[in-house]
Design a protein around this ligand. Structure first.
Ligand SMILES: [Zn+2]
Length: 142
């Protein structure tokens, strides 16, 4: 099981209800060592247009909380994506994309693709090894 001890069930339930909280959670982990602009390397930023995004004060390039993470370019609410990730990784749920589609009111193919992404990500890690949530979240998808 991934990051079971890093996210309590109560906190997970909170995240599943609130996209902004998921974005903040991902941003806090992503930039825990500090911010550096991917475009120019500058370390000063201001708030971007979307929740928890950061905008370089020099070149004005904005980076969302989720870009270059497992949630890269997700086109549906991030709290729903978190729900799928948590169920698959932490709870070890064998819900199909049809189950997720019903529960979340999302297109089945959307659920299938994201579930597949999570499963592919997990395959990159050794089963026996304890995976920290940071390693998991920062697995890049382009
Ligand atoms: Zn910059």
């Amino acid at each position: 099981m991934l990051f079971k001890n890093e996210i309590t069930p109560a906190f997970a339930a909170e995240l599943m209800q609130d996209s902004d909280k998921v974005l903040k959670f991902v941003a806090d982990i992503k930039w825990e060592q500090g911010y550096a602009c991917r475009n120019c390397g500058h370390t000063n930023y201001c708030e971007g247009k979307t929740a928890s995004s950061r905008r370089c004060t020099r070149c004005k390039k904005e980076e969302s909380a989720t870009s270059h993470t497992i949630f890269h370019n997700i086109k549906f609410p991030i709290n729903k994506a978190f729900y799928i990730a948590y169920n698959v990784c932490v709870l070890g749920s064998d819900f199909s994309s049809y189950n997720f589609s019903d529960q979340l009111g999302l297109n089945q193919m959307t659920c299938w693709k994201f579930r597949k992404r999570i499963q592919n990500c997990m395959l990159k890690f050794e089963v026996s090894k304890k995976i920290e949530i940071k390693q998991f979240l920062m697995t890049e998808y382009k």
